[in-house]
Write a protein that binds this ligand. Structure first.
Ligand SMILES: [Zn+2]
Length: 64
C-alpha cells in the first residue's frame, strides 16, 4: 500500500511524482515536505483540508 493526498473540498489529488510546478513545488516532493502555506491549486484549500488515502501500488485510478 502507498498513500496519496486528496483535497476534501474539490477532489484534487496531489501527485508527488509531478509536484505542483505552478506553485514552486518540485517534482518528487512528498506531501509532508510541502510548505505549510501551500494551498490546493484548484480551490485554495489548505493542507489541513487534504486527506491521506491509501491506494494499492498498481492501482492509481480506483482507490475507493
Ligand atoms: Zn481543492
Amino acid at each position: 500500500m502507498k498513500t496519496k493526498y486528496v483535497c476534501q473540498l474539490c477532489g484534487y489529488e496531489y501527485n508527488p511524482r509531478l509536484g505542483d510546478i505552478d506553485n514552486d513545488i518540485e517534482a518528487g516532493t512528498d506531501f509532508e515536505d510541502i510548505s505549510s502555506d501551500w494551498t490546493c491549486p484548484l480551490c485554495g484549500a489548505g493542507k489541513d483540508d487534504f486527506e491521506c488515502v491509501e491506494v494499492d501500488d498498481d492501482d492509481d485510478k480506483d482507490y475507493e
